[in-house]
Write a protein that binds this ligand. Structure first.
Ligand SMILES: NC(=O)c1ccc[n+]([C@@H]2O[C@H](COP(=O)([O-])OP(=O)(O)OC[C@H]3O[C@@H](n4cnc5c(N)ncnc54)[C@H](OP(=O)(O)O)[C@@H]3O)[C@@H](O)[C@H]2O)c1
Length: 268
């Protein structure tokens, strides 16, 4: 199916028609927006997450819009669950072409001074952000390599991979730094298989994860005042870049980390 309403064949390079996407964390705020947008440009989408209900909600919206969505429950910090979710995606759709890693966060719940950052929260943030990205990606990539038809991976980094913040974010900045580094490393290793790996790095996106922080007018003003476009992000700001990076429009783009930050990092 070509992009609906498109009279320009050139837009077809942004289509994900026939592609199978696994959105890990597709029940979350950002993952669900990306999952639904990718379905809207032709993809069949497996929506995976720890709790089934939000994944089902995303899959149901995808199905109601006339595309194909499949909800899968699994803890993506468990190798067995990650392997099973990828196997179930392939069992239903025949392959996996694209992985979107949208699990992570937790920074606001694990704020500690850098000199006394406790190991328990350090390990939790690393598991939530890094392990949950590594395991489903490894499982999907093994299948992609075996199939030999290439593929694409999109990771969720953050401007915090590049920018310090005067709050107790040590583990989160380290985790997102790891995601950006892995994006470059994976792109380098898997290029020979025709697999591209990119990431997006948003600044604050208006989502439940950061709602408490953004509800503080002084904190929000401090953030917005440093962003040239003078607002925080919306989940819809992420979908165009996500589709681009996973589509044929980006066929020569790999190992890149695209800031979606209203110009914030341009000022640093
Ligand atoms: N929101 C922002 O401002 C912002 C800015 C920059 C980057 N990011 C990044 O964007 C990504 C998505 O953020 P978000 O705001 O959309 O978060 P979110 O709404 O909390 O979504 C994350 C999803 O991941 C799932 N999940 C967590 N741990 C899991 C596990 N072990 N196995 C399977 N699923 C698990 C959660 O499911 P459960 O609820 O069932 O646990 C949830 O549905 C994160 O990597 C975050 O760091 C966010």
């Amino acid at each position: 199916m070509a992009l609906e309403g498109s009279t320009m064949g050139q837009l077809d390079i942004f289509s994900l028609d026939g592609r199978v996407v696994l959105v890990s964390g597709g029940g979350g705020a950002i993952g669900s927006a990306i999952a639904e947008a990718m379905a809207g440009v032709g993809a069949r989408v497996a929506v995976a997450g720890r709790t089934l209900e939000p994944c089902q909600a995303t899959a149901e919206r995808i199905n109601a819009a006339g595309s194909e969505g499949l909800a899968l429950a699994g803890d993506m910090t468990s190798e067995a669950d990650a392997d099973r979710v990828v196997a179930e995606t392939i069992a239903r759709f025949g392959a996996v072409d694209i992985v979107v890693n949208a699990i992570g966060g937790g920074a606001g719940k694990a704020l500690h001074p850098a000199e006394a950052y406790p190991r328990s929260d350090w390990d939790w943030i690393m598991e939530l952000n890094v392990r949950s990205t590594v395991l489903p990606t490894q499982a999907a990539i093994r299948a992609m390599i075996e199939r030999g038809a290439g593929g694409a991976v999109l990771n969720l980094s953050s401007v915090r991979a590049n920018l310090g913040i005067n709050a107790g974010y040590s583990a989160y900045v380290a985790a997102k730094g790891a995601i950006s580094a892995l994006t470059r490393q994976w792109a380098t290793e898997w290029a020979r298989h025709g697999i591209r790996v990119n990431a997006i790095m948003p600044t604050f996106v208006d989502t439940p994860q950061v709602a408490t922080l953004l509800a503080d007018p002084a904190f929000k003003a401090g953030i917005v005042n440093r962003i040239p476009l003078a607002r925080v992000g919306e989940t819809n700001d992420l979908v165009g870049p996500a589709i681009f990076l996973c589509s044929d429009a980006a066929s020569f783009v790999t190992g890149q980390i695209l800031g979606i930050d209203g110009g914030l990092t341009a000022t640093q």
